[in-house]
Design a binder for this molecule. Structure first.
Ligand code: SAM
Length: 208
Protein backbone atom coordinates (compact mmCIF):
# COMPACT_ATOMS: atom_id res chain seq x y z
CA UNK A 1 0.00 0.00 0.00
CA UNK A 2 1.13 3.52 -0.76
CA UNK A 3 0.35 5.49 2.39
CA UNK A 4 2.85 8.31 2.83
CA UNK A 5 4.35 10.89 0.49
CA UNK A 6 7.67 9.05 0.76
CA UNK A 7 5.95 5.77 -0.21
CA UNK A 8 4.37 7.53 -3.19
CA UNK A 9 7.63 9.08 -4.42
CA UNK A 10 9.46 5.76 -4.02
CA UNK A 11 6.72 3.91 -5.91
CA UNK A 12 6.72 6.38 -8.81
CA UNK A 13 10.54 6.43 -8.88
CA UNK A 14 10.35 2.66 -9.51
CA UNK A 15 8.33 3.32 -12.67
CA UNK A 16 10.53 5.98 -14.24
CA UNK A 17 13.99 7.55 -14.41
CA UNK A 18 15.43 10.75 -12.90
CA UNK A 19 14.09 12.86 -15.76
CA UNK A 20 10.59 11.44 -15.27
CA UNK A 21 10.74 12.23 -11.56
CA UNK A 22 11.95 15.76 -12.33
CA UNK A 23 9.00 16.28 -14.70
CA UNK A 24 6.59 15.10 -12.02
CA UNK A 25 8.19 17.27 -9.30
CA UNK A 26 7.76 20.23 -11.66
CA UNK A 27 4.16 19.26 -12.42
CA UNK A 28 3.33 18.90 -8.70
CA UNK A 29 4.73 22.39 -8.06
CA UNK A 30 2.69 23.82 -10.96
CA UNK A 31 -0.54 22.23 -9.70
CA UNK A 32 0.03 23.50 -6.15
CA UNK A 33 0.77 27.03 -7.39
CA UNK A 34 -2.24 27.10 -9.73
CA UNK A 35 -4.45 25.69 -6.97
CA UNK A 36 -4.15 29.09 -5.28
CA UNK A 37 -5.83 30.64 -8.36
CA UNK A 38 -8.35 28.00 -9.42
CA UNK A 39 -9.79 24.92 -7.78
CA UNK A 40 -7.78 22.04 -9.26
CA UNK A 41 -7.42 19.67 -6.31
CA UNK A 42 -9.10 19.67 -2.90
CA UNK A 43 -7.09 21.85 -0.50
CA UNK A 44 -7.00 18.99 2.02
CA UNK A 45 -5.09 16.86 -0.50
CA UNK A 46 -2.36 19.46 -1.19
CA UNK A 47 0.07 18.01 1.42
CA UNK A 48 -0.58 14.54 -0.03
CA UNK A 49 -0.32 15.37 -3.73
CA UNK A 50 2.08 12.51 -4.50
CA UNK A 51 -0.03 9.88 -2.76
CA UNK A 52 -3.52 11.14 -3.67
CA UNK A 53 -2.90 12.30 -7.20
CA UNK A 54 0.48 11.42 -8.72
CA UNK A 55 0.97 7.82 -7.54
CA UNK A 56 -2.79 7.29 -7.84
CA UNK A 57 -2.47 8.22 -11.53
CA UNK A 58 0.87 6.49 -12.17
CA UNK A 59 -0.40 3.10 -10.97
CA UNK A 60 -2.60 2.90 -14.08
CA UNK A 61 0.52 2.11 -16.13
CA UNK A 62 0.85 -1.17 -14.25
CA UNK A 63 -2.64 -2.18 -15.38
CA UNK A 64 -2.00 -2.06 -19.13
CA UNK A 65 0.14 -4.38 -21.25
CA UNK A 66 3.60 -3.57 -22.60
CA UNK A 67 2.10 -3.70 -26.11
CA UNK A 68 -0.36 -0.96 -25.18
CA UNK A 69 2.53 1.30 -24.20
CA UNK A 70 4.78 0.30 -27.09
CA UNK A 71 5.45 1.99 -30.43
CA UNK A 72 3.20 -0.39 -32.41
CA UNK A 73 -0.03 0.29 -30.52
CA UNK A 74 -2.67 2.12 -32.54
CA UNK A 75 -3.58 5.67 -31.59
CA UNK A 76 -2.92 7.83 -28.54
CA UNK A 77 -3.69 7.24 -24.87
CA UNK A 78 -6.94 9.15 -24.31
CA UNK A 79 -7.72 10.71 -20.93
CA UNK A 80 -11.29 11.92 -20.43
CA UNK A 81 -12.08 14.91 -18.22
CA UNK A 82 -8.43 15.47 -17.30
CA UNK A 83 -9.08 18.45 -15.03
CA UNK A 84 -5.59 19.50 -13.87
CA UNK A 85 -4.01 16.47 -15.57
CA UNK A 86 -4.94 13.46 -13.44
CA UNK A 87 -4.30 10.86 -14.57
CA UNK A 88 -3.49 11.83 -18.19
CA UNK A 89 -0.70 14.35 -17.74
CA UNK A 90 1.05 12.10 -15.21
CA UNK A 91 0.92 9.27 -17.78
CA UNK A 92 2.38 11.64 -20.41
CA UNK A 93 5.17 12.71 -18.03
CA UNK A 94 6.04 9.05 -17.40
CA UNK A 95 5.82 8.05 -21.09
CA UNK A 96 7.02 11.13 -22.99
CA UNK A 97 7.37 9.23 -26.28
CA UNK A 98 3.79 7.96 -26.28
CA UNK A 99 1.08 10.16 -27.80
CA UNK A 100 -1.41 11.27 -25.16
CA UNK A 101 -4.61 13.29 -25.69
CA UNK A 102 -6.24 15.05 -22.74
CA UNK A 103 -9.91 15.99 -23.13
CA UNK A 104 -11.07 18.82 -20.89
CA UNK A 105 -13.93 21.25 -21.46
CA UNK A 106 -13.28 23.98 -18.85
CA UNK A 107 -11.30 26.82 -20.37
CA UNK A 108 -9.15 27.70 -17.34
CA UNK A 109 -8.20 24.07 -16.86
CA UNK A 110 -7.36 23.80 -20.56
CA UNK A 111 -5.08 26.85 -20.22
CA UNK A 112 -3.37 25.26 -17.22
CA UNK A 113 -2.92 21.93 -19.02
CA UNK A 114 -1.45 23.61 -22.09
CA UNK A 115 1.00 25.65 -20.04
CA UNK A 116 2.04 22.58 -17.98
CA UNK A 117 2.58 20.51 -21.16
CA UNK A 118 4.80 23.28 -22.57
CA UNK A 119 6.73 23.71 -19.29
CA UNK A 120 7.40 19.97 -19.06
CA UNK A 121 8.36 19.74 -22.75
CA UNK A 122 5.82 16.99 -23.49
CA UNK A 123 5.81 17.22 -27.27
CA UNK A 124 3.61 14.12 -27.78
CA UNK A 125 0.88 15.34 -25.45
CA UNK A 126 -1.96 17.62 -26.57
CA UNK A 127 -5.24 18.92 -25.22
CA UNK A 128 -8.68 18.71 -26.84
CA UNK A 129 -10.15 21.75 -25.12
CA UNK A 130 -13.81 20.97 -25.64
CA UNK A 131 -16.49 18.56 -24.55
CA UNK A 132 -15.73 14.96 -25.43
CA UNK A 133 -19.01 14.79 -27.33
CA UNK A 134 -17.58 17.31 -29.84
CA UNK A 135 -14.19 15.67 -30.35
CA UNK A 136 -13.74 14.01 -33.77
CA UNK A 137 -13.37 10.28 -32.94
CA UNK A 138 -10.08 8.43 -33.44
CA UNK A 139 -8.93 4.98 -32.29
CA UNK A 140 -7.30 5.12 -28.85
CA UNK A 141 -4.72 2.61 -27.53
CA UNK A 142 -6.01 3.16 -23.99
CA UNK A 143 -8.72 5.18 -22.30
CA UNK A 144 -8.43 6.53 -18.77
CA UNK A 145 -10.81 8.68 -16.77
CA UNK A 146 -10.87 9.60 -13.08
CA UNK A 147 -13.97 11.19 -11.57
CA UNK A 148 -15.37 11.86 -15.03
CA UNK A 149 -18.79 10.18 -15.33
CA UNK A 150 -20.77 7.15 -14.14
CA UNK A 151 -19.45 3.99 -15.79
CA UNK A 152 -22.33 3.37 -18.21
CA UNK A 153 -22.20 6.97 -19.46
CA UNK A 154 -18.40 6.89 -19.63
CA UNK A 155 -18.45 3.75 -21.80
CA UNK A 156 -21.11 5.18 -24.07
CA UNK A 157 -19.26 8.51 -24.53
CA UNK A 158 -15.94 6.76 -25.14
CA UNK A 159 -17.28 4.08 -27.50
CA UNK A 160 -16.42 6.06 -30.69
CA UNK A 161 -12.73 6.01 -29.59
CA UNK A 162 -12.66 2.34 -28.66
CA UNK A 163 -11.51 -0.64 -30.75
CA UNK A 164 -11.16 -4.30 -29.76
CA UNK A 165 -7.57 -3.51 -28.77
CA UNK A 166 -8.34 -0.44 -26.64
CA UNK A 167 -7.40 -0.86 -22.99
CA UNK A 168 -9.47 0.81 -20.27
CA UNK A 169 -8.13 1.91 -16.88
CA UNK A 170 -10.80 3.67 -14.85
CA UNK A 171 -10.11 4.58 -11.21
CA UNK A 172 -13.55 4.38 -9.68
CA UNK A 173 -12.99 4.77 -5.96
CA UNK A 174 -15.23 2.79 -3.70
CA UNK A 175 -18.01 2.35 -6.25
CA UNK A 176 -15.98 0.25 -8.72
CA UNK A 177 -17.55 -3.17 -8.10
CA UNK A 178 -21.04 -1.73 -7.83
CA UNK A 179 -20.72 0.27 -11.05
CA UNK A 180 -19.44 -2.81 -12.88
CA UNK A 181 -22.41 -4.83 -11.57
CA UNK A 182 -24.79 -2.32 -13.13
CA UNK A 183 -23.60 -3.16 -16.67
CA UNK A 184 -25.19 -5.73 -18.98
CA UNK A 185 -23.46 -9.11 -18.40
CA UNK A 186 -22.02 -9.21 -21.94
CA UNK A 187 -20.28 -5.86 -21.40
CA UNK A 188 -19.40 -6.53 -17.78
CA UNK A 189 -17.50 -9.66 -18.83
CA UNK A 190 -14.90 -7.54 -20.65
CA UNK A 191 -13.80 -5.79 -17.43
CA UNK A 192 -12.44 -6.67 -14.03
CA UNK A 193 -11.70 -4.68 -10.88
CA UNK A 194 -8.15 -4.25 -9.56
CA UNK A 195 -7.39 -2.92 -6.09
CA UNK A 196 -5.99 0.58 -5.95
CA UNK A 197 -2.54 0.81 -4.36
CA UNK A 198 -3.35 4.21 -2.85
CA UNK A 199 -6.68 3.38 -1.16
CA UNK A 200 -7.50 -0.10 0.15
CA UNK A 201 -11.23 0.47 -0.44
CA UNK A 202 -10.93 1.82 -3.98
CA UNK A 203 -10.96 -0.09 -7.24
CA UNK A 204 -9.77 0.43 -10.79
CA UNK A 205 -11.99 -0.95 -13.54
CA UNK A 206 -9.67 -2.53 -16.11
CA UNK A 207 -9.91 -3.96 -19.61
CA UNK A 208 -6.37 -5.00 -20.48
C1 SAM B 1 -14.31 15.89 -11.17
S1 SAM B 1 -13.22 16.53 -12.38
C2 SAM B 1 -11.93 15.31 -12.36
C3 SAM B 1 -10.65 15.84 -12.95
C4 SAM B 1 -9.48 14.83 -12.98
N1 SAM B 1 -9.76 13.70 -13.84
C5 SAM B 1 -9.13 14.38 -11.58
O1 SAM B 1 -9.41 13.23 -11.25
O2 SAM B 1 -8.57 15.18 -10.82
C6 SAM B 1 -14.06 16.18 -13.93
C7 SAM B 1 -13.49 16.95 -15.09
O3 SAM B 1 -14.10 16.50 -16.28
C8 SAM B 1 -14.42 17.62 -17.09
N2 SAM B 1 -15.57 17.20 -17.92
C9 SAM B 1 -16.79 16.83 -17.47
N3 SAM B 1 -17.58 16.45 -18.52
C10 SAM B 1 -16.82 16.61 -19.64
C11 SAM B 1 -17.05 16.37 -21.03
N4 SAM B 1 -18.23 15.92 -21.46
N5 SAM B 1 -16.06 16.61 -21.90
C12 SAM B 1 -14.85 17.07 -21.46
N6 SAM B 1 -14.57 17.31 -20.16
C13 SAM B 1 -15.53 17.08 -19.26
C14 SAM B 1 -14.73 18.73 -16.10
O4 SAM B 1 -14.55 20.01 -16.65
C15 SAM B 1 -13.74 18.44 -14.98
O5 SAM B 1 -12.52 19.14 -15.15
Amino acid sequence: MIITEDDARAYVAGLTDAEGMARLEQFAALVLAENQRQNLIAKATEPHIWQRHIADSAQLLENVSRETLGPNAQGPWLDLGSGPGFPGLVIAALCPNMPVVLVESRARRVEFLESAIAALGLRKCRVEGQRLERVEPFPARAISARAFAPLAKLLSLSAPFSTRQTAYVLPKGRSAAQELESLKPSIRAMFHVKHSLTDPDAGIIVKA
